[in-house]
Write a protein that binds this ligand. Structure first.
Ligand code: CO
Length: 171
């Protein structure tokens, strides 16, 4: 089922998510719904809190070399923890909770992450470049933060001004 993606400045996005304790049907439905929602919204990643579920669950599905978003490449991560970070990279990010806004963010170039899959099996993944960006972006959601919090003071100020204008036009 496609769920509603909540957007900035919805305060729920500031919730620190909690660990999943049971790897049951409810979790599987959540993961399936997150995938359907992400695809419907043309996203490449989604954290559970973006559909108002404060659990440490995220999905990532980047396009392959042929620019195809293959479900075989889908990463489903439960209770993820980044255990190693190094290097830096700057990448233009966007977010389904901040629709229509893209800006450069500086992040680690290479990470190692530990997490559980939907069956509760422990996984370790090494990621670099765009995949490392996606992991760090989604992990930030789980801690109650958004990528716009990484902007410089001036860029953030401009964003807030433009965003307010945009929200006003919508209402
Ligand atoms: Co996001």
């Amino acid at each position: 089922m496609i769920r509603e993606v909540i957007t900035y400045p919805n305060k729920l996005l500031r919730t620190k998510s909690e660990d999943v304790t049971e790897f049951n049907d409810e979790l599987h439905t959540l993961l399936d719904d997150m995938y359907e929602t992400m695809i419907a919204e043309n996203g490449v990643g989604l954290a559970a809190i973006q559909i108002a579920i404060p659990l440490n669950v995220l999905i990532i599905n980047l396009p392959n070399e042929e620019e195809i978003q293959d479900k075989d490449d889908l990463i489903e991560a439960i209770n993820p923890v980044i255990t190693h970070k190094d290097g830096t990279q700057v990448y233009v990010e966007g977010c389904l909770s901040v629709p229509g806004f893209n800006e450069e963010v500086k992040r680690a170039q290479h990470i190692v992450v530990e997490y559980f899959n939907r069956d509760g099996e422990k996984q370790t993944m090494e990621a670099e470049d765009f995949l490392a960006v996606a992991w760090q972006h989604e992990m930030e959601h789980l801690s109650g933060h958004l990528f716009i919090e990484n902007l410089s003071f001036m860029k953030r100020k401009k964003f807030e001004k433009d965003w307010k204008k945009k929200l006003k036009q919508k209402s």
